[in-house]
Design a protein around this ligand. Structure first.
Ligand code: SF4
Length: 270
């Protein structure tokens, strides 16, 4: 028996797995902050800079706040990684955009896009180099379907709504696997992490980046990597064990779906 998912399948379908996404060559580029940080150091904070390029990848822009064994997420928007020109310089760069911009333009790898943006003021708080994007124009749509539609990782196409990421939950992803295989997958995410070291003195914070996967548990690229440790007060440390990931992804419902097929613009679970 067939069960219709919804015509706006990308907003519903990714809660289940497996699902289908459009294919595109793998690209090992994304968020090389060490290089970009040096480059943007000379740019004026608060000054809008023109950019133009082809999107290499789109990933969610999510901030993680940790306080020992507690954590919460802020769903800020998306990061576009582009190859093109920024402030007259030709190179790769990353621009953070908001939810509304993504909802309007449905960014995906291959699209040619332009706009303006500011250099990030505090680089501990963003994985992109530029934010506050404005004047965005999609000059040309990239090849491929605007619907998610690929059978093997890395999964491309249009990133789903941030609510889908929230509902799916994430598992930790080995940073080396992320860098090597997941930088252009819509389910990969390199998060800014703000750690409150002492809950009685919340101004005492540390920052770092962590990589996560929101994708299918069956993904052949997935590697968890070592468990993560969160520093606490008086030298204490909390280790985030595997059960945290299992719990975070347990809301996916446990439904077994054998196939997902696009039929006349509508995705069906079969
Ligand atoms: S491990 Fe996760 S992020 Fe990496 S390719 Fe697979 S689904 Fe995408």
């Amino acid at each position: 028996m067939s069960v219709q998912v919804a015509s706006a399948a990308r907003h519903v379908l990714p809660l289940f797995e497996p699902f289908i996404i459009t294919s595109c060559p793998s690209c090992p580029l994304f968020l090389n902050r060490n290089v970009s940080s040096d480059r943007i150091a000379g740019m004026d904070e608060g000054r809008k800079i023109s950019w133009h390029g082809r999107i290499i990848s789109v990933q969610p822009r999510i901030k993680l706040t940790r306080s020992f064994d507690q954590r919460s997420h802020s769903y800020l928007g998306y990061n576009l990684r582009l190859a093109g020109t920024i402030g007259g310089e030709q190179r790769e760069f990353a621009v953070a955009v908001g939810k509304a911009a993504h909802a309007r333009y449905n960014f995906k790898a291959g699209d040619e896009v332009s706009g303006e943006a500011e250099p990030v003021a505090d680089q501990r708080l963003e994985t992109a180099e530029f934010y506050k994007a404005s004047g965005i124009e999609v000059i040309a749509q990239g090849p491929g379907n605007s619907q998610p539609a690929v059978l093997s990782p890395p999964f491309l196409g249009v990133c789903p709504d941030l609510e889908v990421y929230r509902q799916r939950g994430h598992r930790r992803l080995d940073p080396r696997t992320y860098e090597g295989k997941c930088t252009n997958c819509i389910w990969g995410c390199r998060m800014t992490v703000e750690m409150i070291i002492d809950q009685w003195n919340p101004s005492q914070k540390r920052y770092r980046f962590e990589t996560f996967c929101y994708g299918p548990k069956s993904c052949s690229f997935y590697k968890a990597g070592p468990t993560r440790k969160v520093p606490g007060r008086k030298g204490m440390s909390y280790t985030e064990e595997d059960w945290v990931d299992e719990d975070a992804t347990s809301r996916r419902g446990g439904r077994t779906i054998s196939r997902v097929m696009p039929i006349q613009g509508t995705f069906w679970l079969i």
